[in-house]
Design a protein around this ligand. Structure first.
Ligand code: F6R
Length: 242
């Protein structure tokens, strides 16, 4: 893993946004894998700013989000689809038919999961996958216990994820208990992966990821099986490293 340490959250966000823009400049048909959550919000703001300055054209770009809650409608203010509209889709020239967020409200979820995998393959695979990391080492909704052979599927959210995400809901009981997520295998098929982490509360899990061999106990350690992974941290998130 290649580690980049930036001064602060703002420089982390700019650094990653610039990498995305460079990737798109080199290949206008870039396929992006995208996360939600608090960490990438600055990166999305930066991308929108660069788009408004005419520095990037998303018209041929395709995006695939990592995950979505089960049980929230697309228009729910905390659905990941809504998050993506609020943070990116509504502000840049991505074509509606080119953006994909796992859809969680179908009757046959097994078919939905298989279709999502097929759609990624049909798009030519993900060129650049951006990941955040949970306090328990999850990537996407691949919680501890996930395996390197997992593809898109329905999962139970870890108690710690439900607690961490409750900051966006009016109460703990409103947080969905299940999600749909692309799998570790799907993530590892990406051509390049950037994992971003910011803040002191991520410093412990970041050092654990770096210290451990790939293990289902810390799903982000599976990224060590990939030849082209960059870990982009701010100083706080890197503060447990030697
Ligand atoms: C969300 C996702 C999650 C988050 C992780 C960190 O789409 O993939 O794995 O990246 O829970 O979330 P934040 O950035 O809010 O700490």
């Amino acid at each position: 893993m290649n580690i980049v340490i930036t001064d602060d959250y703002s420089s982390l966000s700019t650094y990653v946004a610039k990498q995305i823009v460079t990737t798109i400049k080199n290949n206008k048909h870039t396929v992006l894998g995208l996360p939600t959550g608090g960490t990438p919000e600055g990166m999305y703001k930066e991308l929108v700013k660069m788009y408004n300055h005419g520095e990037v054209d998303f018209s041929s770009v395709k995006t695939f989000n990592l995950d979505e809650y089960i049980g929230l409608s697309k228009e729910h203010s905390q659905s990941y689809y809504y998050y993506m509209k609020r943070n990116l889709f509504n502000h840049v020239n991505l074509k509606r038919e080119n953006v994909h967020v796992p859809y969680s409200n179908t009757k046959n979820m097994q078919v939905t999961c298989e279709e999502y995998e097929r759609e990624i393959d049909y798009a030519g695979g993900i060129d650049l996958m951006i990941l955040g990391i949970g306090l328990n080492g999850h990537i996407g909704f691949n919680e501890p216990g996930s395996s390197a052979t997992d593809t898109t599927r329905i999962v139970d959210l870890d108690e710690s994820t439900i607690v961490a995400n409750s900051r966006y809901f009016s109460s703990l009981k409103d947080v969905p208990k299940k999600g749909i997520t692309i799998g570790i295998k799907t993530i590892l098929k990406s051509k390049k992966i950037i994992l971003i982490a910011s803040g002191l509360n991520k410093s412990q899990i970041i050092s654990e990821v770096l210290e451990n061999e790939p293990t289902s106990k810390i799903p982000a350690t599976y990224l060590k099986l990939h030849p082209n992974v960059q870990l982009v941290l701010d100083k706080d998130a890197s503060s447990n490293l030697d």
